[in-house]
Design a protein around this ligand. Structure first.
Ligand SMILES: [Zn+2]
Length: 324
């Protein structure tokens, strides 16, 4: 079932207490939403779907109306999730930058989401804190959770920075959490995306523990978030969770799943839509039972479903739904 923001808070509190991770999966299409919710439900896990602003624009079609796109994705997630009473599903806005403040407000006020991420990481720390707090103040009125992040590459993208600056400084994390009151904090620990824009830097899972310990010591324990986790090994993810991570973002892996499963299908069934080289094109008839989109989209859907089930088993969220 689709969760409220308060229930999602309960999910993350349970995850933090029992040290498991909630898999947050990016979606755009109905096929992905089905695959993921069925996957979470199959292993009795709660799960979070995420929509980026780009995904919402795409979902709206040629109008690119981001509000229409968000309404569609939210309606699909809520309707589909209603079939599974023992699987809690939330919907999150991924990486919304400050110029999307009105969009965040729209989604909160129209009850479309359970949580939002305000990504003001390109601003300096003071501005980031001010903007993030503004979102927190609004969201908490509606019991919606907020994820925030601190950036470390300041100014121009090509500015040369030392490797040290690519990692979250624990004291800054503490200041940010204390002053903004965010529910979830995205730590930059060397994964190769988003939060940390650096390439080929060393993954520092020890830093997660350092941040977690400092927040706990100061009475502001929070769930930590790991972005760009598609490339991590199972063991790295388990260590991150043991160190305080409760939300693990996944996107790229699913994209690869869908593309490769459909590619495999068409490699095998090529002659359902292409005339074989040894055949007279005048005699060729395409095979409708093979090119019906349901026949090949389902291959991507099945692969994604299996992947999210694996993810939940690795992260420990399987068999741990708050609704069980
Ligand atoms: Zn990210």
């Amino acid at each position: 079932m689709f969760l409220s923001g308060l229930q999602m808070k309960e999910v993350f509190l349970k995850a933090k207490k029992m040290r498991f991770g909630i898999i947050a999966s990016n979606v755009v299409f109905d096929t992905q939403i089905r695959a993921l919710i069925q996957g979470y439900a199959a292993v009795n896990s709660d799960g979070l779907l995420q929509m980026s602003t780009g995904a919402c624009k795409y979902a709206a079609g040629s109008s690119q109306d981001i509000q229409i796109g968000a309404r569609m994705i939210s309606a699909m997630a809520k309707t589909f999730a209603s079939q599974f009473p023992k699987c809690g599903i939330g919907l999150h806005i991924d990486h919304a930058t400050p110029n999307y403040f009105d969009f965040i407000k729209f989604c909160i006020e129209n009850d479309l989401v359970t949580s939002v991420m305000i990504d003001a990481s390109k601003e300096n720390l003071e501005d980031n804190i001010r903007i993030t707090k503004e979102v927190v103040d609004l969201a908490h009125k509606y019991n919606i959770l907020v994820e925030g992040e601190i950036g470390h590459i300041k100014g121009a993208e090509d500015e040369i920075v030392s490797e040290d600056e690519l990692y979250t400084k624990p004291e800054e994390a503490l200041e940010f959490v204390k002053r903004t009151n965010v529910d979830l904090f995205a730590a930059s620990v060397g994964t190769n995306h988003g939060v940390c824009k650096g390439e080929n830097i060393v993954l520092r899972l020890d830093l997660i523990k350092e941040i977690d310990d400092l927040l706990i010591k100061n009475g502001v324990e929070r769930g930590l978030v790991l972005h760009g986790a598609s490339g991590l090994t199972d063991q790295q993810q388990k260590t991150a969770i043991a160190n305080g991570v409760v939300k693990i973002n996944k996107d790229t892996h699913y994209q690869m799943d869908m593309a490769s499963a459909i590619q495999e299908y068409w490699e095998k069934e090529k002659y359902a839509i292409v005339c074989p080289p040894d055949m007279d094109p005048n005699l060729y008839v395409p095979n409708k039972s093979k090119f019906d989109p349901r026949k090949w989209l389902i291959k991507g859907e099945e692969k994604m479903q299996n992947t999210v089930m694996d993810f939940c088993n690795i992260s420990g969220s399987a068999q741990n739904s708050i609704l069980l």
